[in-house]
Design a protein around this ligand. Structure first.
Ligand SMILES: [Fe+2]
Length: 255
């Protein structure tokens, strides 16, 4: 085995063991979003080597009573870790994909060798989506939109926050099976609510809904079943209490 391979295998092994700290849109020029890796999930873009879990900025219990401790623990340390581990396994056996950023990988699913394309889509998407999800929540969160531009864009589309949340929840409850509901921004700054199945993301080249995601809610059952069982609407009603609008504002502005 070459030294570089040895090094890479060692790095991957280390990464796999790491559990840190605890419509219009189809015509968007997606290149406009390239180069913003550090804005979304800075911990997940190694220059070389394996991907790893990003550190949580809060304890598992910090989002109680809206998101329960056990769900946070299992969701982060088991579900997200599995996406990371399986993504690394796919990359390890695909030399042409090594060294690419996570964002580069998920924006170019069709360019991935067929043998790992589904793995990159599912596990790369899972890693990206969850990395964003943890950042988007905050125990001190409140309805404080710090970006005037974001507030204007929201009001222009939905008139008030209650209408926006109601439309978002309607879209999320209507999503059949597992997936994500997103608030996305187009290159003109306009907003839209879209659903994607499984671990797809609006940044993906294969996504039917394209745009820059600035807020995304995980509606897989693993995100809420322990506390709310089959009542997805109850989970959606609760999660707005911990959405970090400061972070959403930042993502909206930094494009
Ligand atoms: Fe999840």
């Amino acid at each position: 085995m070459k030294n570089s391979e040895n090094s890479r295998r060692s790095f991957i092994k280390k990464g796999a063991l790491t559990i840190a700290g605890v419509g219009l849109f189809n015509q968007i020029d997606m290149k406009a979003y390239a180069g913003n890796d550090e804005v979304i999930v800075p911990e997940t873009f190694p220059a070389d080597g394996a991907f790893s879990l990003p550190a949580l900025d809060y304890d598992y219990a910090a989002l109680e009573p809206y998101i329960d401790t056990m769900t946070m623990q299992i969701h982060y340390s088991k579900h997200h870790q599995t996406y990371v581990t399986k993504l690394n396994e796919a990359i390890e056996k695909t030399p042409e994909l090594q060294g690419k950023s996570l964002k580069d990988l998920i924006m170019n699913i069709n360019a991935a060798p067929e043998s790992v394309r589904t793995a990159i889509r599912n596990h790369g998407g899972g890693h990206y989506n969850h990395s964003m999800f943890w950042k988007m929540m905050n125990p001190k969160a409140a309805d404080s939109i710090t970006s005037d531009d974001l507030r204007k864009a929201l009001m222009a589309k939905w008139n008030d926050m209650e209408t926006f949340k109601s439309e978002f929840n309607k879209s999320a409850t209507g999503l059949f099976g597992s997936g994500w509901t997103w608030l996305i921004k187009d290159t003109a700054g306009a907003l839209s609510i879209v659903n994607t199945a499984n671990q797809d993301n609006p940044l993906m080249d294969i996504s039917s809904q394209k745009g820059k995601p600035i807020l995304g809610i995980d509606v897989w059952e693993h995100a809420y079943y322990l506390k709310h069982q089959n009542k997805r609407a109850d989970y959606l009603a609760a999660i707005w209490n911990v959405i970090d609008w400061n972070q959403v504002s930042k993502w909206y502005s930094e494009m």
